[in-house]
Design a protein around this ligand. Sequence first.
Ligand SMILES: [Zn+2]
Length: 389
Amino acid sequence: MTYRIRTVCLFLCGLTSDLAAQTPPPSVTTSFGVDTTISEVRDIVRLTRAYLAQPDVSARSRGLWSKSPVDARYGDLAMEAYTGFPATIIGVTGAAPGDSVFAVKIIYGPADSSGTTLRPITLQRLYAVRAPGSPYGWQFSSPLPRLTRPWAHRDFGRITYWYAPGITQSSTKGLRASRFVDSVAKLFSVKPPSHLDAYLTATMDEGLRLIGLDFSLENSGPGSGFGGRGGGAGDYLILSDPRVGEAYLHELVHSVLGPTLQSRNSLFNEGVASWLGGSGNLSPRELYTGLEAYQRSHTNISMLDVLQGGGGEDHDAVVALYGTRALIADSIYRSSGIPGLKRFAQVTGRPADLIVALPGYIAGMGTDPNLWWRSETAAAVKRTAPAGN
Ligand SMILES: [Zn+2]
């Protein structure tokens, strides 16, 4: 089985539902350290087996997940753990004083039948809480609200920011983010989210731990380890880049437009988020200048190659990808306005199909998309140059 390494870099983003559909593990074994003669461990292992056979939202109606208000809101935030690899339960350990909360630690990846030789792809942590009267006497509970309850938090308009210990708070960035959310909703004439919770962490690892992912295979290199992501019904964000802090505009665009427009067109979704909000710590202008530099050093690469991820996953190639998406959103807006962008949001297809459709939204694009792509990038760099240059 092949496994595509998740791009965890400053550009990681997207709602959980955008990630690959979950595939339950074909088998669930217990490692030698898990003693099922202990009644709590035995019952929690049974609960875990039942859940992993079908890890989806039906777990609530089947009595496997807690229905407390916070759990009902969040549920399982780590659906990306379920990629079809065998699961091995490596620990059922106390997670709070007393005997009512346990952490279930699970490794996904190829394993031998004894569960002693593991090749970990993902290490997940689920929380089981005592729930008398439920099918197994225990239910799972969402990690994020449990882990962040003691954090400092602060409201800016519709957004509540939660700060991991040691994270610097910025009123300037919080206010900017709050105003930005309202301005994006106004631009697209959609209802802004009634409330957003945004969790600020120092690194992506720290952010992923909040949803119960302690380890997963990642890309290495400059730019990795930082990023933002949204999830749930678009009502929570994990923002893990201290350079960006509260003003993680790209993810905020997703939070406003994701739930309201429900577009499945990633070129629209990522394009508009990057056009209005940049990406990671890069402004839209920095994306365009990065794209222009990339085009200069890659004279033969096509727009389709870049949109298909054919440029690779190093930092420069990812900048070129997001810069291209931003450029397309910007061009559709200048040619067809918000109505044009909203029509484009409803188009679906592979990148090649979307490129073919673009002349319907971008006047004067001509017959050669690559020629347009290069000349339009140069024009965008000029257009966004700071005044006086
Ligand atoms: Zn995005």
